[in-house]
Design a protein around this ligand. Structure first.
Ligand SMILES: [Zn+2]
Length: 292
């Protein structure tokens, strides 16, 4: 009887300890746009299994499966608490996150991943070319935004990173998420695509990585060949089966404008979204190449 009571006490203590497990954020990163990017955003359903749990300016996507959750991107270090709260607000348990996927290894999309990984225990999945940057928490010299002898762009390093090859798949439950390498904005840029089915209708969702030609001073998209890479990656995104476009910065998929139209059908469904995104990226690139 005594042993039994003792066992119950241990269980009770464990439950209360687990209930108190909380996200321990890393130190915030300061930047010109960080505060506006990190403004809180109410989470919402994009379609079926797919939810937006990011901030006003930095996307984080949650995918629900029968055997756990998948998270894509983690914003800034200071975004992690907001993402965690959004996941809970939707009624999901953050400890059910089984995989964290990376679009590209810049501080504004992976800064919160180390803390989210500590909270969830999930493996992080990324492009081969992003592994060194992710595990060092510092930009590699092949990144267009790399600045020599500077910690500019650094972020909390990420552990337990699993390589996903181009065309490779991360599977949780019955959901397969495919990696499509779209290098250019960074060498390890990755677009992720999966299906969301609801009410007997399935849609292809594309989380298309940034295709913007942005760099540190002195970098040339012409002579480096990275301009050609961005153009090829834009072509890949344009060719994907794509009913719903999502992007690491929600501005590029028109989040605010689409949320205003919520209630009139699903405003996120648009089968030319990827094509338009690729075209505007090419226009941006063209301007940059001409300026060089
Ligand atoms: Zn970036």
């Amino acid at each position: 009887m005594k042993i039994c009571l003792c066992g119950m006490l241990v269980v009770a203590l464990l439950v209360s300890a687990c209930g108190q497990r909380q996200l321990e954020p890393d130190e915030a990163i300061e930047c010109d746009r960080c505060d506006s990017w990190n403004e809180p955003q109410d989470p919402f359903r994009v379609h079926g299994n797919t939810w937006y749990v990011g901030t006003k300016g930095l996307s984080s996507i949650l995918i629900e499966t029968a055997e756990g959750l998948i998270l894509i991107d983690g914003g800034l270090p200071q975004s992690a608490v907001l993402i965690d709260a959004n996941v809970r607000d939707l009624g999901f348990d953050p400890y059910e996150v089984k995989a964290i996927l990376v679009s590209h290894a810049h501080y504004d999309h992976v800064g919160g991943i180390a803390a989210l990984q500590r909270l969830t225990g999930a493996n992080v999945y990324a492009n081969q070319a992003a592994i060194q940057t992710l595990t060092a928490g510092a930009l590699n010299e092949d990144d267009p935004q790399y600045v020599a002898d500077s910690d500019q762009g650094s972020f909390p390093p990420v552990r337990q990173v699993v390589v996903v090859d181009n065309g490779g798949v991360v599977t949780v439950g019955s959901i397969d998420i495919q990696a499509v390498y779209t290098p250019g904005h960074t060498p390890g840029s990755t677009t992720w695509t999966w299906q969301s089915c609801a009410l007997n209708t399935c849609y292809d969702i594309v989380y298309a990585d940034s295709l913007t030609a942005v760099s540190a001073q002195g970098f040339k998209f012409t002579s480096s060949g990275v301009g050609d890479e961005i153009a090829a990656s834009a072509g890949k995104v344009a060719d994907l089966d794509c009913d719903i476009l999502l992007t690491p910065h929600p501005f590029f998929f028109g989040m605010d404008e689409k949320l205003e139209r919520a209630g009139q059908g699903n405003p996120f469904i648009n089968n030319v979204g990827c094509l338009m995104y690729a075209e505007s990226s090419l226009q941006w690139l063209e301007q940059r190449l001409q300026a060089e």
